[in-house]
Design a protein. Structure first.
Length: 237
């Protein structure tokens, strides 16, 4: 592996980088870059990333997992699995590594995500990260606390990155965060319908939205669409 990788100055105007939810994700993007193999691939296991890329930074393993998902959601990288192991592939890696000499580096030991197909015919993503986090919890001897909704504080508790990773994998057409907000408002409007199993409630809700075709349109996109409609056809007085 080379001692470093190149960064194109166009990164300064990257919309994807700007769309990330956390500055931690931006730091991680640059810190992982020198560790990529000649194909732009690397381990997607948060513990490996912690040990190799950011050993001196106070980035907990779960926060690293959250950032990897953040990077995958804006398509700066692909997160995939092979034989129950998680891996990442940087988007357009070859386009920005001009002059890379693959003949002077060891060939990638990680398969291409495009060649790994699931039963549905597409690369399996996110689920390997869920598995990795589950193993981490077991190694730490921690018991997962049940998800519940606090009506006084108006929010869900104990929803983990592992949960969200699993939902993104299971319901790819659904905007998970937006649906959680809608569930919150529904619960607040129906306080007499408290649930005994909130994880099952969330899964049933997301499954229903997936069956309807999904909801993966951001609030910003919805707002722009509505404004465009109003501009073409102004509201009547």
């Amino acid at each position: 592996m080379a001692r470093g990788r190149m960064i194109d100055k166009r990164i300064s105007k990257s919309k994807k980088l700007a769309a990330l939810k956390h500055d931690r994700s931006r730091v991680l993007y640059f810190m992982m870059l020198p560790h990529l193999d000649c194909e732009g691939r690397y381990s997607g296991d948060p513990e490996d990333i912690k040990e190799d890329c950011v050993p001196k930074l106070n980035f907990p393993v779960k926060k690293i997992a959250e950032s990897v998902i953040d990077l995958a959601n804006v398509k700066l990288l692909t997160l995939f699995e092979c034989k129950n192991e998680a891996f990442i592939q940087y988007t357009r890696f070859a386009d920005f590594q001009i002059g890379i000499r693959k003949n002077r580096e060891a060939p990638s030991s990680i398969p291409s995500p495009q060649k790994i197909q699931s039963s549905s015919g597409v690369p399996r993503t996110y689920s390997a990260l869920s598995l990795s986090l589950s193993l981490s919890l077991r190694k730490e001897g921690k018991k997962k606390e049940e998800i519940y909704f606090d009506f006084e504080k108006r929010k869900f508790f104990n929803i983990t990155i592992e949960d969200k990773a699993g939902w993104v994998d299971a319901y790819p057409a659904v905007d998970i965060d937006q649906q959680l907000r809608e569930m919150r408002e529904w619960l607040l409007a129906n306080p007499d319908k408290k649930k005994s199993n909130y994880k099952q409630f969330i899964n049933n809700w997301l499954s229903s939205q997936q069956d309807k075709g999904g909801t993966k349109t951001s609030y910003k996109d919805q707002r722009k669409k509505k404004l465009d409609e109003w501009e073409k056809k102004p509201l009547e007085d």
